[in-house]
Design a protein around this ligand. Sequence first.
Ligand code: HEM
Length: 554
Amino acid sequence: MALAVDRHLAILAGISLSFVAVKALKRFIKKRQNNAPLPPGPVSLPLLGSVLSIDAYEPWLTYTEWGAAYGDLLFVRSLDEEMVVVNSQPIAEALLDKRSRIYSDRPYLATLEPYGLSINFAFIAYGDEWRLCRRLFHQTFRPDSAAKFRPMQIQRAREIVVNLVNDPQNYYDHFATFSLSVVMSTVYDYDIGARDDPMVQTVIKALVPGLTVLTPERALLLKTFPFLLKVPDWCWGSSIKRSARGSRERLNAMADIPFRYVQQHMADGSLVAQSSMVAENLRRMERQEEAFKPAFENALKKAGTTAIIASYETSAATLMVFFLAMVLYPDVQKRAQAEIDSVVGKERLPTFEDRASLPYIDAVLRETWRWQPVTPLGVPHAASSDDVYNGYFIPKGAIITYNTWAITRDEKRYHDASNFIPERFIDSNGVLTNDDPAQYIFGLGRRICPGRYNADFSAWAAIATMLATLDISSAKDDQGKVISFTPEFIPGVVRYLTFFVLLYPLVTDRFVASGFLRPSLAVFRSGLIFIQTLWTVGELPSFDRRDGSLLSVV
Ligand code: HEM
């Protein structure tokens, strides 16, 4: 059965290629009518373009190599897609920021609507709906109004440590829990309460399969054969329609259930904080004209759901990179802890008021953003009209890929770029330099990440709190020898580190002083040093980090 479906899909893929050929010919004719040349780039095969030369798992590596050969502005054809790859920050600023009126669209993805993914406004076209979603989002997440969430972020960061101590094996889960708990408090004033929290389960069930269908192959198939979404359930090829329906239902549930939670609690007056994004905007909505309310409510649901989707993996992936760096670069960890000890002391934990006095901690955060960027190709933009930049023609509809990875690996800017060296961000007076990777890792222009302040404060809170309370180092085997390992990353829109098992979290005496300890952890009050070997070499668990059932919360 599976074979038959595969064969049918192969036939469809073959027919898709013929459509691609016709389209390519039309474009060729159009190009000939235009005087400016396309940006330089690799030789493109008929029909296939350069698809076979692009590293399928880590395309940013190919684009970075091509950058060295052809320059910082590349033209790449891949099947029927035309792509302009930008390998430098100044060119990205010139296009995405200074010409944002042309470069603020997103590429068309045929899977978006059918799979319910248009609930995520990060992927929708530039236009009125996007504008409204973005405005609602911004009202909550801009720095001045998000300031009220800072104490909650500190509190959640401290919960990571409690969770790590209770259950050190599942540290990825604690990072994921942290990122969800911050965003769910901000958007819905929802406190993740217990293991297997039903709201968290709804989110995970919707997100995990939902994001995997964003593949270009599936999008190409649906773009060429939209009727696949209409075939009856008994017909071959209907699996696509059924999986789209399932995804849509799960994402709708993810958008509706927490939204209704807020409405219900507003109605019975039992909201705790009164100031979540949804609650604030529902109050605003009461003052709107009736005719506008449905569009407003729809945009608010989208803004809320997008916040969850956009922060879930990015924030957890960032903390995984930080953990890896601390294991691989123990001297950096020691220097960071020494700074906390001298500025904050051992009697309390760091807070945002200490941030300005802790430049090395900020340098560690900057290097975490740079060293292994979690969104190495950002989110693609699209050109909404023809343009000529620096003498090169950029066609309407071209996908604009901003290769963040190339910037992080620019040896002229970052000497020894593949190494984790926070000192590169500190000048000879011990002051932070002007080079902040937050200026490029969150994208640019009108589509720049609107959650960047929240992401930055969350990451700082988590990093400073963990450095103040834990020693993180490689695990040792039964003979006391350090177990070596090779870090591996799972590629995707968000690139994240596979779970690496090799560390000891060592709770330091600073932990004792913190007032957030629960009675079950009172043992630490005696100053007892806690050492937990996670696993010996023989018993590495097979661990699917996307399995939400592993999420745990104290
Ligand atoms: C490590 C953390 C994060 C990174 C590296 C990151 C990175 C990005 C990037 C590269 C984009 C695309 C920008 C562009 O198109 O030029 C983006 C978009 C977006 N991000 Fe983030 N992000 C992070 C965390 C967050 C968080 C915590 C939130 C929400 C609270 C968030 C909300 C969004 C939204 C809503 C968009 C879509 C913007 C639009 O299309 O108008 N992000 N992010």
